[in-house]
Design a protein around this ligand. Structure first.
Ligand SMILES: NC(=O)c1ccc[n+]([C@@H]2O[C@H](COP(=O)([O-])OP(=O)(O)OC[C@H]3O[C@@H](n4cnc5c(N)ncnc54)[C@H](OP(=O)(O)O)[C@@H]3O)[C@@H](O)[C@H]2O)c1
Length: 345
């Protein structure tokens, strides 16, 4: 199918008019772009939000400016037209975008930071976007576009943490903190790998949801502020093999203390502030590994697991395209369980 047959010469997209002003998120009309050689025009059908989107608009994400930015990194849709020489996809294919346009395989390099969607390059809160063909993956057939839109950042980060460093193996114990997007993917992937999962949350209702998704042990971290001790009790005093650390400085000390001697802390998030004492890291010979989303190869490896186990993301709520501001506010309120999605009608 060629673009001319679609007959939609104009498209809508969001961008921030002013720096650090969430209320300046505004809808614009512009021409639908055409794909050049090696590029693919995607009709985006859904986008999902990440905590990062809030960090960027509040000026807490290093090196990113929100003014003029088409926000949001994670989107999925359908190929509308391909440019010359494209071989990976054809019109009509269902595709999901990669978080980094240039990180295809191998280790993360600093240059990829300049190609992160919704931060250093335009994001996906738009009806159409042109992608390099290399920066797209096929959408798992059992997932809707709304479900697939949750994969590029939150799911891939959880995957990278658990499988691309010191891999989780069957029978090991994994601690996931809170019930946000990354943590709920980590819960599902850890269970798929045969691990025992301990989940924490500020809410008993959310813990019940985590249990329904397979969590083996539950801790309310508001009722048990020294939750690392609860983790040690649950593990017979040993500690867990892996911590999916999304809390940042305010939780890291307890995460290190909750890990077994020689265990792994996968350092992902910055939800809280604080200071840490590094000495327990060396006394416990803990591996603390920084995790930064993931490459396209990792994305495709993750999708093999998602396909094989027919994994479905936990979606809290789907907002309409015209409700994008409300969706961001909903994420900010942190009452969600799993992912917040915007349908791009
Ligand atoms: N390194 C990377 O590549 C990467 C990728 C993705 C995300 N991140 C970061 O990872 C973090 C999580 O991202 P996300 O998108 O999953 O966020 P999210 O969906 O907004 O998750 C927020 C949830 O985190 C939990 N939480 C907040 N404070 C907590 C605390 N002190 N202890 C335990 N849990 C706490 C809460 O769960 P309850 O309501 O259940 O208490 C809250 O609902 C963010 O800092 C984000 O920037 C990093």
């Amino acid at each position: 199918m060629q673009f001319q047959t679609i007959g939609i010469p104009k498209m809508r997209s969001y961008s921030y008019l002013k720096e650090l002003d969430a209320d300046s998120l505004t809808l614009h009309e512009s021409d639908v772009p055409r794909p050049g050689p090696g590029q693919v025009l995607v009709r985006l059908k859904a986008a999902s939000l990440n905590y990062r989107d809030l960090l960027i608009i509040t000026g807490r994400y290093p090196g990113m400016k929100s003014q003029g930015l088409v926000p949001v990194s994670d989107g999925a849709g359908v190929v509308a037209e391909v440019g010359a020489g494209v071989t990976r996809f054809s019109a009509g294919d269902r595709v999901t975008g990669c978080f980094f346009e240039t990180w295809l395989s191998g280790p993360m390099l600093p240059a990829h930071y300049n190609h992160a969607l919704g931060g250093s390059v335009p994001g996906v809160l738009a009806e159409y976007r042109v992608f390099p063909e290399q920066a797209l993956v096929a959408t798992p057939a059992h997932l809707s576009d709304e479900e697939a839109s949750t994969l590029p950042c939150a799911a891939l980060t959880a995957w990278n943490g658990l499988f691309e460093g010191k891999q989780v193996t069957p029978g090991e114990t994994v601690l996931v903190l809170g019930t946000g997007g990354v943590s709920m993917f980590a819960l599902q992937f850890a269970k798929a790998a045969g691990a025992v999962v301990i989940a924490t949350s500020s809410s008993d209702a959310k813990l019940a949801q985590a249990k329904a998704m397979g969590a083996d042990h539950l801790i309310n971290y508001k009722e048990h502020p020294d939750w690392d001790k609860n983790v040690r009790e649950i593990t017979g005093g040993v500690g867990v093999d892996h911590v999916v650390e999304v809390g940042g400085p305010g939780t890291l000390q307890r995460s290190i203390s909750a890990a077994r001697h020689g265990g792994s802390v996968h350092l992902i998030g910055v939800l809280t502030g604080g200071e840490i004492n590094p000495l327990p890291i060396l006394f416990n010979t803990t591996t603390v590994r920084g995790v930064f989303v993931g490459s396209r190869d990792m994305f495709e490896a993750m999708n093999r697991l998602i396909n094989a186990r027919q994994i479905k993301p936990a979606i809290d709520r789907v907002f309409g395209f015209s409700e994008s501001r409300e969706a961001l506010r909903h994420l900010e309120g942190a009452t969600h369980f799993g992912k917040v999605v915007i349908r791009i009608e």
